[in-house]
Write a protein that binds this ligand. Sequence first.
Ligand SMILES: Cc1cc2nc3c(=O)[nH]c(=O)nc-3n(C[C@H](O)[C@H](O)[C@H](O)COP(=O)(O)O)c2cc1C
Length: 211
Amino acid sequence: MGREDRDSESSLIQTAGISRRERYQLLTSLVVPRPIGWLSTFSAERGANLAPFSYFVALSHTPMLVGASIGHRNGEPKDTLRNIRETGSFCVNVVSKPLLEAMNLTAGDYPPDVNEFDVAGLSMRRASLVNAPYVGECPAVLECRIFREVDLGEAPNTLVIGEVVAVRLDDSLRRIPGTHNVDTESLRPVGRLWSAGYALLGEIRTLPRPG
Ligand SMILES: Cc1cc2nc3c(=O)[nH]c(=O)nc-3n(C[C@H](O)[C@H](O)[C@H](O)COP(=O)(O)O)c2cc1C
């Protein structure tokens, strides 16, 4: 099949020519599955907060950095971002299969003083090294200190980069002997697809790197 044929069987969508909503639909249905950063934060005024973010990514291991892109609501930063600005801290709770429904409950548009830990019936624990709560039922938690806040220009989002200063692992997680690798099947991570779709762990393939 020549280049011309292939071109005639595909369509090129110029992102400048479609709506904001359509760009969202393309991005969130093509960059899949996305890990979910379930961010827990604290505010002296508003109390504890918990919300999921699937614009979430691992950025570097030394320093150990993760990033979450947090949207604004009615032109105001979401509670998670306000709290991170206040304390310089957050925890990333890894969403494992048994916590999928609870995670979804914490995504509601609740008033700032509502504690999503209570809404979802989750136990709130205090992190060891940072000023943030974490989900007691979560098998793996990253305790983070703010590293940078990055303005994303026209986007109604702010990228928050956190340095992971401690990792909390439940004893139920299997470790690969002699390493710090955590067995993925024991972690049972959940990924986000588009809209209300989620992916659970499927077949795992192991391929040695060439050469
Ligand atoms: C699975 C999932 C992923 C989400 N990802 C994001 C995201 O990456 N960025 C964002 O701003 N909102 C995201 N949301 C919506 C927020 O979780 C929601 O607006 C939440 O109410 C924010 O809470 P807060 O105001 O307490 O910070 C997501 C929701 C769900 C269910």
